[in-house]
Design a protein around this ligand. Structure first.
Ligand code: SAH
Length: 212
């Protein structure tokens, strides 16, 4: 179930769907996605699909993780990265192996703790996590070369744009629960250039911290 062959089949699927960056494909192949899932679901870890992680949330589909990471890698530097929506930490683990410093924000505390354990297990130490409302970004850590948002707002939070470095990119799904447009926003000084990439489906970006 976690065999090389199963993982290689996943990489084949990602390539068929157009993922080309070999460093991204290598990281997806070598990152044990099964450790991010509950035992009962771990046999499905190398399927190219989102799966439940509790608290009404999901682990992202490998294709989407690969795509978002590849786009950020192909468009500029990744010395300092902010992720909004840590979840169980899978996307965090993937980008942490390709970027410099990664910080990530999650509004559900038990998920953040789960992510902390997972990242520690993988020995990824250049990652800092925070329990907070990610729509506010993480100003003290910015400005960022890249911000990736793994939950969808109806409208792009202005705070995130303000925390982009010059030349920085924000990749974010925008829209309602029925489906969203994945947008790439690039900062050039005080100008922001927007590109709509493809249709995607993420859980909603909710405001405030979840209590309990
Ligand atoms: N990055 C994860 C995807 C998790 S799903 C992965 O690789 O699998 C998206 C996550 O965004 C959920 O855990 C949800 O709780 C979180 N989220 C939603 N709104 C948020 C907000 N305002 N601030 C921080 N996290 C948020």
């Amino acid at each position: 179930m976690t065999s090389q062959r199963t993982r290689q089949r996943l990489i084949g699927r990602l390539m068929e769907q157009g993922v080309k960056n070999h460093r991204v494909l290598d990281v997806i192949r070598t990152t044990p996605r099964h450790i991010f899932l509950d035992e009962a679901l771990s046999h499905r870890a190398y399927e190219d699909t989102a799966l439940p992680i509790g608290y009404g949330q999901t682990i992202s589909q490998p294709y989407i993780v690969a795509r978002m990471t590849e786009i950020l890698m192909n468009t500029g530097k990744l010395d300092k990265v902010l992720e909004i929506g840590t979840g169980c930490g899978y996307q965090t683990a993937v980008i942490a192996q390709l970027a410099g410093e990664v910080v990530s924000v999650e509004r559900i505390k038990p998920l953040l703790e789960k992510a902390r354990r997972n990242l520690k297990l993988l020995g990824l130490r250049q990652v800092e996590l925070k329990y907070a409302d990610g729509s506010l970004g993480w100003k003290e850590k910015g400005p960022f070369d890249a911000i990736l948002t793994t939950a969808a707002p109806q409208q792009i939070p202005g705070e995130l744009l303000g925390q982009l470095a010059d030349g920085g990119r924000l990749i974010i799904p925008v829209g309602g629960e029925a489906g969203q447009d994945l947008q790439l926003i690039t900062r050039h000084g005080d100008e922001f250039q927007t590109e709509t990439l493809q249709k995607v489906r993420f859980v909603p970006l909710l405001s405030g911290k979840s209590v309990g």
